[in-house]
Design a protein. Structure first.
Length: 239
């Protein structure tokens, strides 16, 4: 099971169309329904959290408890940047804003909203976000039957553009990963697979969007990590 959200991209068909033709214009940031979450908690979610939680909720039953991994490279950098600007101006920092800027804020609010006390891990991969998330998931699957992974990010503030290439728009990808099921993927190390499943250049060739290509059936596999790592993920037939 999986779900992915970005502005104007909330169905398999919409994702497939954009991934094939990424030059098409996407609509502005869309309204994401979080009606199952109480208004008091819902209003604390900023753009980053809305996309992460909006992609995760459709995968879960109301009272379903499940361990989760929330993976974001930068977290809510726009909020962190605004806090730093307040400090630079000598203005007091909002305690609420500060609490929402920490990296596990989204996952924490998500667990509170759902009253789910299952283990939650929040990671901040410097690079290769999909690869690092899968490595964490494989480790945890040694002890649990299934878990949920959420990969999500928002564009970086303009100030950081000279130092780091950020994402062009907010997005989130949520997946239920289990030891068994009717769809199987294999994480493998192979020099041959490194060449066969290499990522394509451009925005749709990033790890995150290559993952959506795999989930939507546009490709059968792609390289994980650096292009020279030899790690790949691909669909395999269920036995």
């Amino acid at each position: 099971m999986w779900s992915a959200l970005a502005p104007g991209l909330d169905t398999i068909e919409a994702w497939q169309n954009w991934l094939v033709n990424p030059d098409q214009n996407l609509r502005d940031e869309q309204a994401i329904s979080l009606k199952s979450i109480s208004p008091m908690i819902r209003r604390r979610f900023r753009t980053l959290g809305k996309y992460a939680v909006g992609s995760a909720l459709p995968l879960l039953e109301d009272n379903e408890a499940i361990p989760s991994i929330f993976s974001s490279r930068h977290g809510d950098t726009p909020l962190s940047m605004s806090l730093l600007e307040d400090i630079g101006r000598g203005e007091p920092v909002s305690p609420t804003a500060f609490s929402l800027a920490v990296h596990n804020a989204v996952s924490g609010l998500f667990s509170i909203a759902r009253k789910d006390t299952s283990e939650i891990t929040s990671i901040a991969p410097m690079e290769y976000i999909v690869f690092q998330t899968f490595c964490e998931a494989l480790g945890q699957l040694q002890n649990v039957e299934k878990l949920m992974c959420v990969i999500y990010d928002v564009p970086l503030p303009e100030f950081f553009s000279q130092y780091e290439d950020g994402d062009p728009f907010p997005y989130a990808i949520a997946m239920i990963i289990s030891r068994s099921g009717n769809q199987a993927f294999e994480l493998d190390f192979s020099e041959t697979l490194k060449e066969e499943c290499s990522m394509t250049p451009g925005i749709t060739g990033s790890e995150s969007f290559s993952l959506v290509k795999l989930l939507t059936g546009l490709i059968d596999g792609f390289s994980l990590g650096s292009m020279n790592s030899g790690w790949s993920i691909r669909k395999v037939e269920c036995l």
